[in-house]
Design a protein. Sequence first.
Length: 268
Amino acid sequence: MIPGAGTLVNVATVLLGSGLGVLLGNRLPTRTRELVTDALGLVTLLIAATSAMEVLSPDLSDAVGSSAPVLVVLGAMLVGGIVGSTLRLEQRVEQLGAWLQRRLGGASGPGDAAPDAAAPEAAGPGAAAGERRRRFVEGFVVASLVFCTGPLTILGSLNDGLGNGADQLYLKSTLDFFAAIAFAASFGWGVAASVLTVVTVQGGLTLVGLALGDVLPDAQLAAITATGGLLLVGVALRLLRIREVAVADLLPALLVAPLLVTALAAYR
């Protein structure tokens, strides 16, 4: 199997799912699209909870001590948040989404559908264009975070690069296909644009796998998975319109977590 094939399949499924979602979304009223978004938020919260439970992993406890796993995740989130905020990652991701929206010429999506009767007629073309732009950017940001922060992304991409096969990425591609349909039905073509993030993140991890020569140790992987679970909680809060958590600013935590595990394991 050629390294990177799993990522190419993943890109294809996201694009196909996004196209189907846009076709479906144009036929749904705003209230239904909002309900779909709420359902996605709840499911994302469920996935986040199962991932965050890796903080209880025996491998992680054996490596850093029984009282340290939560501190590892806390330290990763704090340090990663400081680094990400300093680098303004959230702002840069949003700017990339806005740039893509402009380059694509305001591709039509659910935001282009006829407004509900309850919408004020005073909202002119400028307001409608602003709403389309906002939903495109939000769809790009949310889809990028959901598709690229899960354990299957990390372990699957590494194994693909190591030559162990892309079975995990094929499973992820199937899940992302259905998620892309649901996301695009609500957010439109911004979800399809997230394939650029998928290629960058998964392609980069595949190259790391080519260079590593061995799989990531279980303790480090557990720390990454638990930290990624908390990031997905932030994504769920955004989908549920509870709080606009700057999740992109917290992404460096995924790099900090295994480093903290390595440091604590060496100290012990």
